[in-house]
Ligand binder design. Sequence first.
Ligand code: KIV
Ligand code: ZN
Length: 504
Amino acid sequence: MATRKIKIFDTTLRDGEQVPGAKLNAKQKLEIALQLERLGVDVIEAGFPCSSPGDAQAVKNVAQEVKKSTIAGLARAVQQDIDICWESVRPAESPRIHVFLGASDIHVQKKLRMDREKALNLAVESVKYAKSFCSDVEYSTEDASRTDFEYLCHVIEAVIKVGATTINVPDTVGYATPDEFGDLIVRLRESVPALDKVTLSVHCHNDLGLAVANSVAAIRNGAQQVECTINGIGERAGNASLEEIVMTLRTRQTVFQAHTDINTKEIYRTSRMVSRLMNIPVQPNKAIVGSNAFAHSSGIHQDGILKDRRTYEIMKPEDVGIKEHTMVLTARSGRAAVRHKLKDLGFDLEKEMFERVFQRFINVADRKKEITAKDLSSIVEVEISKVPETYAFLGMQIMSGNQTTPLSSVRLKKGDEVITDAAIGNGPVDATYRCIERLIGHQGKLLDYDLKAITTGKDALGEAMVRVEIEGRVYSGLGTSPDVIEASARAYLNAFNRYFANNV
Ligand code: KIV
Ligand code: ZN
């Protein structure tokens, strides 16, 4: 069956990076961009270059290294933004400037403090200006789903006339419903014939949990590009999830008669990488990439799966790159076995990083009988996500119980100095966090705390993820250990080390 190609525009590195605490450094950004290229996305929105010199440089690095995907940078309808954006994306084989401006009355009048005419002129002038540098210019009518329809058509017509090559229709606040949004796409195509000559794109947010439904409704009604993020991360409730859109089109081809060029076998690896580097856990029941997405727990379901997987599975886990690994490692496994296993899991580590992972592996394996593939992946992810350790974790002791005030004593190393202190708290984690704060002389506000078992069983490895506000900014931290309080302590310290890495 001949199907329409839908372009995948990934904005994990821009809209996704707007999540508090998810800020990436340039190296991490490049690592994700290269993985997105392997995944086969058509366009990578690498950042918002005018937001900081660091982001401008990070976008430039991506533009220099990525060869197959188009590299877009976001710019407000302001000449200076467009100048900076162009400087960042121009080294790319295929650069794109993405200009946006509010279109709804609430955005035009209240946020921009303009009238519609002035905003329309600004849109036209900005696209003309961007076009003077770059042939590929995308224009986004921000808050399109709440914009007066006639005015929306005027803006779109006008920016196409001066050279916009992609028109993006965002549901910026996640307000639309699928019928409404699909209908908006139909009406726009009917009312603005020039849309036939450009790429029509959509960008949906998930405030009502409808981002993917709205995106696929738009595709069904003629949209040719979707903007989305890995794991659905993004501003507020997030953006439409890339993996859900891609697998919906693939699994229900007869409904959508559309395809993407995504190599679906790279989906799981990309999801894990984004979760690890941005320190945003994936909820277990998340479609496609959650840890339970292909797990069958009820007896009836297990029986069905054993007889024929299709009884309860509409996709194969291997199609999204989830492999079941059965080989387990123990404290007696040598470097060769660990290296082999890592390769199998897709980690090709340099010598120094391998050594750090191996030492941590031995440390964990001494306390936990068997190290599974998931445990090992988690150990690697924690080691890779480590920042320079202003304070290194050495050890801890806890006294806790229902009849006693929890007391925690922690030992850290700063440079060559070993420092130890103790503190009490409302629970063992609270006592440990207070103790760490005393030792390093800084306080944090714990915004998020997530603890999960990497595998099943009583001796499962615990993985803690935290988000901590330190002096007005949010830092994330990750830690693992067979001891959940130690995993929590390592995660808290990791967040502080991130703070020190950025501020000292
Ligand atoms: O949500 C939105 O409208 C955006 C635009 C910049 C495309 O992120
Ligand atoms: Zn957005």
